[in-house]
Structure formats: structure tokens, C-alpha cells
Design a protein around this ligand. Structure first.
Ligand code: ADE
Length: 423
């Protein structure tokens, strides 16, 4: 299918009508992005810029694409996870919004990577990534198009970690703004977005009652904090596992039980990983788990649960219901894995609600505008979003929510800037 001058690859273009409804519904909760879109359509800061994006193909992402287009950009989009694509949204992007899209829910690994190549074939000036798979491909298999790239943005913690490793090795070839590091991104998206959408995905997949269950949260970063507090709010007994002593202490003082995963493994009813690291749940943990334990992951990649080990321990695997695989172990226990260990909030649910993606994607749009103006004078490195952008996004969000705040009086401002006044 041809979109503008580019081919697209989506599941079913007849779904476009549903996709439009979904995109418009999300837009109602994205007032900050809408304000930016209005300004972009007047000022056209992205005129002549081609942007290749590798993001979850959701209604919220579609509204980001519309905003970038309003600014004058040509956009191409592929999925940042094989299971997160909303096929109706992909259809709407192609049919109604003229955004070349390469994403099919359930695509296999070969198709996933071929779709990343397709958005790179367009020779982008800017890149937008969620997890750094696109940047990684640009710096390995597809260095042929890297010279034309001015800069990029990265959405998530895992991607920022990968990019910092590339910068430390001296291989990063262009400047990338770490949108995840904006306070108006991680304090809200990672905490309240992941907190709510992970439980939403789990409940949609299983319809289990959380009250009274022991829920083990692996990792107490911003996502873990949000998840623990939401599970606690639903009446679960929350246990936290951590490797960082400061975060572990914070979890203790926030009122949770903290223990090593091996101890937690024996008492948990449900395990949710949000660490960003490998094999947080491994064979020796599974060996001591209760019959019926449920395992889910909401970290970016499907590496947190060692599924290969679980498979080798299993005598059979059965689909208990959509998004729930039952692994039969030789001792008679059954272990349930949700969404094949992939992001459960996006695979079994719809990802973070629009009102939180509003701020994340406002940061994305403003960071891309900044790069379009300034990238040529920014050496290759990983950059934070400027504090001004963070304050603007927070201010616009408060305004949209009808929340007023105080401002400093001249006397207060002078006091904060001085040192003479004491006791
Ligand atoms: N990441 C988490 N939730 C998301 C959503 N709704 N859209 C795009 N990316 C996301």
C-alpha cells in the first residue's frame, strides 16, 4: 500500500474507521499536545524535515504523528514492539492521516526488523525511538543512511541506558535527547502510566481479584513505585525486590515488604517485573513458586523472565485464555505467563492512558522541534530535555486541568536569591 511516496505495511486497511474513532477519543485527553499542534500548524517548525519513528503504534502515538505533521514534517512509523500495535490505528494512520506505517500486531522478529529498515529506507533527518532498536540498527546494519541524520529522541529508560552505553563506547554518531529524563515524562508516565496500565493489562488478561493476593514487584524505579502503589490500592499484599540499597530502603519506608527474589518466589501469587534487566525471574525462582503463580513483565524487553528455562522445565504449554500461557511442570504445578513475557500493559491492554502520554509526547514534539533548530550545533551525545520544556509542559497540563498555582512575590524571590537573612 502506498502512503504519500512511501509503501506501508499494515494488517487491514478496512479497520481505519475504528482507528480514527480511537485516535479522536485519545485526543480528548491530550490537551497539551493539541496546544502544541495548533502552534506547529501556524509556525511550521518542522517544514522539510523527515522523521522516522519507532514507537508503540497506539492512538496516542497517532496524535503525536499528527502533531509532527502539523509542524510540516513527513513522518514514517514502525512498531517498537511486535505485540503492541493497534491494527485499527495503523490503518487510520495510513488511510486518513497520510503517515507511512509499518506495523502489524503479532509480527514475527524478521518482520519487526524489516519494518525498522523500511522507515530507515526513507533517509530520515530526525529519529524517534522507544527502546533504541532503530538507533541500534542505524549504527550497525544501516550505517548507509546515518550521515543524513541530524538528531533523535528516545522515549524510555531502557533506550536511554543503551544510548548511554553507545556514547560511553564513543560510537554514537548524532545527538539524542533523552525524553525519558524529563520530569514531566518519567514522574507521570513511568509511575502513574505504568502503574495503572500494567494492572489494567493483567486484569483484562486474567480477570483475577488483586485484593488479598501477594503481588511481587521486581524493581523499584519509577515504574515499580507506581505499580506497587496501585497494587497496594487494590488491596494486594505488595512485596518489592531490588538490587539498589537506596531504592530498597525507599520501598521499605513506603510500607512494603522487601526481600530477595528467591524468598519472594516462595510466597508470591503474582510476579511483575519492571527492572529493565535480564532473568530477574530465573529457573531457581520458578522451582520454588506456588502452583498457579502468575508471571508478567512490564519492562521494555521480554528478557526479564527466563522463558527458555521455564520452557525447558515444562512438560507442556497450553493457552489457558488469550494472553495467558499455562506451563505444566513435571511435579504437577502450573505456572501462568502473561503476554509471552512482553510488555503486558501494551500487549494485553492499550498501554498508558492518553492523559499521561499527553505529557510524554508533548516533550517528544518539543524536543524534535529543538533538534530541528539546533542539532547541527550539538555534538553526538545523550542530552536531557531542557528545564524550560519541562516547566512549559507542566504549566500547560495544569492549565488544561484547571489547576491554578501561586507565583513568588518579589520579596520571596529576593529572599531566595540572597544569603544575609537568617534566624
Ligand atoms: N508506552 C506506554 N503506553 C503507551 C501508549 N499508550 N502509546 C505509546 N507508547 C506507550
Amino acid at each position: 500500500m502506498v502512503t504519500g511516496s512511501h509503501q506501508s505495511d499494515i494488517a487491514d486497511s478496512s479497520l481505519a474507521g475504528f482507528g480514527v474513532k480511537r485516535i479522536e477519543w485519545a485526543d480528548l485527553s491530550m490537551p497539551v499536545l493539541a496546544t502544541i499542534r495548533d502552534r506547529f500548524s501556524r509556525e511550521r517548525p518542522l517544514d522539510g524535515i523527515r522523521i522516522s519513528a519507532c514507537l508503540h503504534v497506539t492512538a496516542e502515538t497517532a496524535n503525536l504523528m499528527r502533531t509532527l505533521q502539523a509542524g510540516g514534517a513527513e513522518v514514517l512509523l514502525c512498531a517498537s514492539n511486535p505485540l503492541s500495535t493497534q491494527d485499527d490505528v495503523a490503518a487510520a494512520l495510513v488511510q486518513e492521516y497520510g503517515a507511512a506505517t509499518f506495523a502489524i500486531n503479532g509480527e514475527d522478529s524478521d518482520v519487526y526488523y524489516s519494518h525498522i529498515e523500511s522507515v530507515l529506507d526513507a533517509k530520515p533527518h530526525l529519529t524517534t525511538d522507544d527502546g533504541a532498536d532503530l538507533v541500534s540498527m542505524l549504527h550497525s546494519k544501516r550505517t548507509d543512511v546515518i550521515d543524513g541524520v541530524l538528531g533523535g529522541t528516545e522515549e524510555t529508560t531502557t533506550g536511554v541506558i543503551r544510548l548511554k552505553a553507545m556514547a560511553a563506547e564513543g560510537v554514537l554518531k548524532y545527538p539524542i535527547v533523552a525524553v525519558n529524563e524529563a520530569m514531566t515524562k518519567h514522574m507521570f508516565d513511568n509511575r502513574y502510566g505504568t502503574g495503572q496500565s500494567t494492572l489494567d493489562g493483567i486484569v483484562r488478561a486474567t480477570n483475577i481479584l488483586l485484593a488479598g493476593r501477594t503481588v511481587v514487584v521486581g524493581g523499584y524505579g519509577w515504574c515499580g513505585r507506581g505499580l506497587a502503589s496501585r497494587a497496594d490500592g487494590m488491596g494486594a499484599q505488595v512485596v518489592v525486590t531490588e538490587v539498589d540499597p537506596v531504592r530498597a530502603l525507599e520501598a521499605v519506608m513506603d510500607g512494603y515488604r522487601v526481600m530477595p527474589m528467591l524468598e519472594a518466589a516462595a510466597i508470591g501469587d503474582m510476579f511483575i517485573t519492571v527492572t529493565g534487566d535480564k532473568h530477574v525471574i530465573d529457573r531457581h525462582h520458578i522451582e520454588v513458586m506456588k502452583d498457579g503463580a502468575i508471571l508478567a513483565n512490564s519492562g521494555h524487553f521480554d528478557i526479564e523472565i527466563n522463558l527458555a528455562e521455564l520452557e525447558s522445565m515444562a512438560t507442556g504449554v497450553d493457552k489457558a485464555r488469550p494472553f495467558v500461557d499455562a506451563y505444566d511442570l513435571s511435579d504437577g504445578r502450573r505456572i501462568f505467563v502473561l503476554a509471552q513475557g512482553r510488555l503486558v500493559n501494551l500487549a494485553a491492554g492499550e498501554g498508558h492512558p492518553a492523559s499521561v502520554m499527553d505529557m510524554s509526547f508533548a516533550n517528544q514534539a518539543l524536543a524534535l522541534e529543538h533538534l530541528a533548530k539546533n542539532a547541527s550545533s550539538m555534538p553526538p551525545a545523550v542530552y536531557d530535555v531542557s528545564g524550560d520544556i519541562d516547566r512549559d509542559v507542566a504549566g500547560l497540563k495544569l492549565q488544561a486541568m484547571g489547576v491554578g498555582i501561586d507565583s513568588l512575590t518579589d520579596e520571596q524571590q529576593a529572599y531566595l536569591e540572597g544569603w544575609h537573612e537568617g534566624t
